[in-house]
Ligand binder design. Sequence first.
Ligand SMILES: Nc1nc2c(ncn2[C@@H]2O[C@H](COP(=O)(O)OP(=O)(O)OP(=O)(O)O)[C@@H](O)[C@H]2O)c(=O)[nH]1
Ligand SMILES: [Mg+2]
Length: 365
Amino acid sequence: MGILEKIADIEREIARTQKNKATEYHLGLLKAKLAKFRQALMEGDAKSGAGKGEGFDVVKSGDARIALIGFPSVGKSTLLSTVTRTASTAASYEFTTLTCIPGVIEYNGAEIQLLDLPGIIEGAAQGKGRGRQVIAVARTADMVLMMLDATKGEKQREILEEELESVGIRLNRAKPEIYFKPKKTGGINITSTVPMTKCSEKLINLILHEYKIFNAQVLFRDDYTSDEFIDVVVGRRVYMPCLYVYNKIDQVSIEEVDRLAHLPNSIVISCNMKLNIDFMLESIWGLLNLIRVYTKKRGEKPDFEGGLIVRSGTTIEHVCRMVHRTMVDQFKYALVWGVSVKFSPQRVGLGHVLLNDDVICLVKK
Ligand SMILES: Nc1nc2c(ncn2[C@@H]2O[C@H](COP(=O)(O)OP(=O)(O)OP(=O)(O)O)[C@@H](O)[C@H]2O)c(=O)[nH]1
Ligand SMILES: [Mg+2]
């Protein structure tokens, strides 16, 4: 039996199995098996180069990267042409776009790379259409913009979420705080800092045995499900924000627009009528979690024109590396002005976390 059939088999079995206390272990084990086969499928791709394909190796540029994911003809290319200076052919037939076309959104002084991609459909993760290449690009993004057709209901969203989920992309979810370390001896040692209500020790043992792991240290820092535990064991999951963008609202009733706009992480737009595009950009900016910091030389004024765009949570060390590759070795301390420090300027070390609009002066040894 091929790996695709095995996957399909397990998926059917999971769908067939009722979820309750009695089937908990059976389901947990099936899911562990499923994750294992899916991982094997992806690794096989990487080895044979099937995940690459021409036109899909787009160089990362700018301060962040967004992947446009959606069914054919929802208006992805129209959006690219609306918010960037790049024109991507849009047409009323499906699968107009066959490769990856990058554009740049200029916003708040930052350059955000927006990737127009071919439309994907159900079965994409298993190789339908250009699905796998599209998904490989999505994994490299900082955020997914899932474009949906407001006239088509919620089905598209569910299918796409499922596709991304099956290749290890986790949307709008935090990475589970589970410490997991395989060992050479000592058996399986499970501890937790809170009561575990969603996943039992027995299930953890079963899952690990499925992966032929018999010695390991496991620490749950919060209450997580067995799915989340499997994610940690399998590894190589990517966690990223996703904005659901319902396009073509010029085609639906005002009540429907209102309903869609109130769904979580969702906004409504019309590319053709240029409705709500500004709000979409604002929402993207918020989700990307970018901040701007300024560097200055000693005795000089900061350069408020320039500035560095960095992810929130960035430390002085990260800024050093952006300034020059030898800076970390030569680093003595930094002076920081702004809201991240109690008084301005304040002397800080490499580990100091920066906030928006901070001014930094790096001092060398
Ligand atoms: N009514 C309406 N039509 C739109 C809107 N935005 C795009 N379209 C139309 O939808 C069709 C498909 O647009 P594209 O931008 O080519 O869609 P795509 O998602 O890039 O499609 P593929 O490349 O095939 O995946 C075109 O005929 C557009 O004119 C909109 O806001 N309202
Ligand atoms: Mg297109």
